[in-house]
Write a protein that binds this ligand. Structure first.
Ligand code: ZN
Length: 335
């Protein structure tokens, strides 16, 4: 895992060392911000417990991608995407996890992805963890679920044209979800409405899928309208020999200026998607907790820990109300 610069802060007697994780799929920036802000959007009955572990939940946001790219865990890949266009008539696609398992085989899932069903699967696991009051499972599953919800709101994760390969725009994926948030995300507003109960998780999951698919068309179109009028050197970073620079994943790197123009053309779509991911993640965590019978989370940690973190939580909540978050370093170098 690639580590970034450590950020150290003091909260009363507590010293919290936070080291941000790796990139890819909303990048380090996006996933870390989604999970951290989701903690801030929780109701009081859940928030103190989650805040005690907010650095874990922030860092853990990137772990599903670590399983993909560092472990090369092949079972992990399909959990992050779905090719909506390749599913046939969406009205007849099985909506529940159980129905999908009954209809499709492993080969199908590896090729077309499993994202919406995986979200439902994770919700069931998280609900069970709350019922059983398994502290470690609650935190681990919450963090993982936040990652997959973030992926569901990233439009190219639900499209078969997931990296613009079908339209000769390889690299658009990384530009949209990593380069632009890392360049401009400090100005985004991460304050959202609080968690709400979601009566029908299955329906909500598929609503997000449809919304993301529509947005995929839009973001590809905005890019098309922009790049067709520009020469290569305005679109891509070039090396001394005039060749397009590639990032560590062999994808073309776009210029700062192109990213700026593209972001303007998207009229806030990236910020909107990140904000929606935050509100939904908090709502899914909250819904799992309600469905588990609202277990008392204040009994899990020692009360001294909760007491020690109370001031830090109040400070971060004040900051979050201004749209900002504490302790996430977007610098990608460890120094
Ligand atoms: Zn992912």
């Amino acid at each position: 895992m690639k580590l970034s610069k450590a950020t150290v802060y003091f909260s009363g007697a507590a010293l919290i060392l936070f080291i941000a994780g790796t990139l890819i799929s909303w990048g380090k920036f996006g996933h870390a911000h989604i999970n951290r802000a989701a903690v801030m959007a929780l109701p009081p009955a859940m928030q103190a417990y989650y805040f005690n572990h907010i650095d874990y939940i922030t860092q853990e946001a990137n772990v599903p991608d670590v399983r993909k790219y560092t472990y090369r865990d092949t079972a992990e890949f399909p959990r992050h995407f779905i090719h909506m266009e390749d599913l046939g008539n969406l009205d007849t696609v099985p909506k529940s996890y159980a129905a999908a398992m009954a209809r499709y085989n492993k080969r199908f899932f590896i090729k077309q992805g499993i994202l919406p069903w995986n979200i439902q699967f994770m919700m069931d696991k998280l609900t069970l963890a709350f019922k059983q009051k398994h502290a470690v499972d609650i935190l681990f599953l919450s963090a993982d679920l936040g990652h997959y919800i973030g992926d569901a709101y990233m439009p190219l994760h639900v499209s078969s044209n997931h990296d613009g390969l079908l339209t000769n725009r390889k690299g658009i994926h990384a530009m949209f979800e990593s380069q632009i948030p890392e360049q401009f995300g400090e100005a985004y507003n991460f304050h959202t409405k609080g968690a709400v109960y979601i009566a029908d998780i299955e329906k909500e999951t598929w609503r997000i899928m449809s919304e993301s698919l529509k947005a995929a068309d839009t973001l590809l179109q905005v890019d098309r309208d922009l790049y067709k009028n520009l020469p290569d050197n305005k679109i891509y970073e070039l090396d001394a020999a005039g060749k397009i620079k590639l990032n560590q994943y062999n994808e073309p790197v776009h210029t700062y200026q192109y990213c700026k123009l593209y972001q303007a053309g998207l009229h806030g779509m990236i910020e909107r998607k990140l904000r929606a991911s935050i509100a939904t993640t908090a709502s899914f965590w909250y819904t799992a907790w309600v469905n588990a019978g609202k277990p008392d989370l204040s009994k899990i940690d020692k009360k001294e820990l909760t007491l020690r973190n109370a001031q830090g939580m109040a400070q971060e909540r004040t900051l979050w109300k201004k749209g900002k978050l504490f302790g996430i370093d977007t610098d990608d170098e460890f120094n």
